[in-house]
Design a binder for this molecule. Sequence first.
Ligand SMILES: Nc1ncnc2c1ncn2[C@@H]1O[C@H](COP(=O)(O)OP(=O)(O)OP(=O)(O)O)[C@@H](O)[C@H]1O
Length: 346
Amino acid sequence: MGFLDFLTDKIAIDLGTSNTLITHKGKIAINNPSIITINQITGKIIAVGREAGMMRGKINKNIKTIYPFKNGVISNFDASEKMLKAFIKKLSSINASVFSTSYNMIISIPCGSTEVEMRAVKESAKRLNAKNVFLIHEPIAAAIGGGIDVLEPKGNMVVDIGGGTTEIAVISLGKIISGQSVKIAGNTFNEDIIQYIRESRNLHIGEHMAERIKIQIGAAVDYLEVPPKNMAVEGRDLLTGKPKQISLSYTEVEKSLDKSIAQIENSILETLSEIPPEISADIYNTGIYLTGGGSMLRGLDERLSRATDLPVHLGDKPLKSVVKGSDIVLKNLDKYSVVLVEKMRR
Ligand SMILES: Nc1ncnc2c1ncn2[C@@H]1O[C@H](COP(=O)(O)OP(=O)(O)OP(=O)(O)O)[C@@H](O)[C@H]1O
C-alpha cells in the first residue's frame, strides 16, 4: 500500500444470505436484508433491502422477490449485482465521496466458496468501480470482529451460524487450519418450523411467520429458566383451507429444530476430531467463539457447550462481527495481509 493510502475510501461488505452489511469510514452505513423485488415484465427494480423484505409473500405474479444468495454464495448473479449496486448508490447518496474517489473494497465469503463463486463475487465488485478488491473468509473476519487475536500461534475455534451456512473454523497464525461450511443455518431452522407446524398442527404458515416464531420463542434446549410465553401463530388450516390461529410453545419449536442442531453439533465434533493435539490443548482452554445471527437462538450456547464439553462464548453483536472484522482488516492491511484469501488489482 502506498503512503497516501489513508486518502483512499474503504468499504467492507458482508454479503450474507440473509443480510447485507456495508461499512464506510469505519461505521455500518448499510444494514439490510439481502432481498430485491423486480418487475418480471419490465425487469425494473421495485424495491431493495428492507422495503423488498416487507413485500415478502404479499406480491402479485408480475413482481418477483429474489434472494440473490443461497447458502452464502451468489445464486442469482444478475440480481446480486443489481442489489449491490443499489446499496452502493444508497451509500454514495449518504456520502458523496464514495464515488468521487477510488476506493478499496473487502468482501467476506464462506470458506467453502469455489473458484467460480469467488470469481463471481469479484466480477460484481469490479463493475462497482473499486480500485482494489480483497476477499476474506467469514469466520476469520468474525473472529477479528469479536476481538480475537487470530495472528497469534494459538488455536481458536469459531462457529458462525448465519442464514444460509454455518461456518466452523479452527484458526491459528491467521489461517484456517481446519473447518467446514455446513448448509444448515437460520434458514433451515425456519424450514424446520414450517414443516413441524404443517405435520403436527395441520397449519400452513409462511416464511415470515416462521422467522418471527424462531426469534420470539425459538429454543435449542427443552428447558429454559426464563421461558418465553406461548405465541399466537396464524396461517392456513390444511384441512378446511380457512385462516386459523394456534398457540405454540417454545418446547415445540425446540423439538422442530433438534435434528438440524444435532447436525451442527456433529460437524463441530468432526472438526474438533481432526485438529492437531497442540491446537486441541489451546481450544480446551479458549473454548468456542459462537457468532452469526443464528447464534442468538435461546440456549444454543448451552447446548453446544454440553455437546463438546467446552466453554462457548457468545459474541457481543453477532450480526455485525463479520463486517466489523473485515473493516478492521481493510484499515490495517499490512498487519493482516496473511488473512486475505486473494488480492485482485484492476
Ligand atoms: N434472535 C434471533 N434468534 C435466532 N435467530 C436469529 C435471531 N436474529 C436473527 N436470527 C437469524 O440469523 C440469521 C442471519 O444471520 P446473519 O446475518 O449472521 O447471516 P448471513 O450473514 O446473512 O448469512 P450467511 O452467513 O449464511 O451468508 C437469519 O437466519 C435470522 O433469522
